[in-house]
Ligand binder design. Structure first.
Ligand code: GTP
Ligand code: MG
Length: 176
């Protein structure tokens, strides 16, 4: 079994804990409390390599997005193999915050194989009301391409795209 460390970064309330909770427990909580410090969870994905099933285990650090915890983040991303940098597609400044995390990761993490996945969360909110969207999918996708990041829009609430994030990261790391 392969084991990788994964960290989640992003502004408070973008849905980092909700994404992890969807992936690890397949559940969602409308009134989730803001994370204090950081939380640790683990979950596996199965990757197909020809006929063989390969189990990849993720050790996940879900960091706290509130500004007062910002100085703790390096402790969690330093030895990571992958980072999910999350923003909320209904909050413009959360994309700017995500971009500053990407910048910091690229400057501070030595591992050139670090897989960075930019995640636009809460896509369910635009299903009834497209006006809720303030971050263009194309703008975020272009930024991701220019910076060599994986990218998708997801919903922790409905589960749309969540499993696929971890599946894709597992496949990317397995190739390395
Ligand atoms: P910090 O721990 O403070 O950094 O926040 P966080 O990024 O972990 O956010 P959290 O997962 O606690 O979610 C914040 C709020 O957004 C909660 O009320 C969630 O229910 C809600 N939320 C999270 N993901 C989604 C989503 O995909 N859709 C909708 N509609 N709400 C979501
Ligand atoms: Mg949290």
């Amino acid at each position: 079994m392969l084991q990788f460390k994964l960290v989640l970064l992003g502004d408070s309330s973008v849905g980092k804990s909700s994404i992890v909770n969807r992936f690890v427990k397949d559940s969602f909580d409308e009134f989730r409390e803001s994370t204090i410090g950081a939380a640790f969870l683990s979950q596996t994905v199965t990757i197909k390599d020809d006929d063989q099933d390969v189990t990849v285990k993720f050790e996940i650090w879900d960091t706290a997005g509130q500004e007062r915890y910002k100085s703790l983040a390096p402790m969690y991303y330093r030895n990571s193999n992958a980072a999910l940098v999350v923003y909320d597609i209904t909050q413009a400044d959360s994309l700017e915050k995500a971009q500053s995390w990407v910048h910091e990761l690229k400057n501070k993490v030595d591992d050139n194989n670090l897989v960075i996945y930019l995640v636009g969360n809460k896509v369910d909110l635009t299903k009834d009301d497209e006006e809720k969207r303030v971050v263009d999918r194309d703008v975020a996708e272009k930024y991701a391409q220019e910076n060599g990041l994986l990218f998708n829009e997801v919903s922790a609430k409905t589960g749309e795209g969540i499993q696929q994030i971890f599946q894709t990261i597992g496949e990317n790391l397995y190739e390395v």
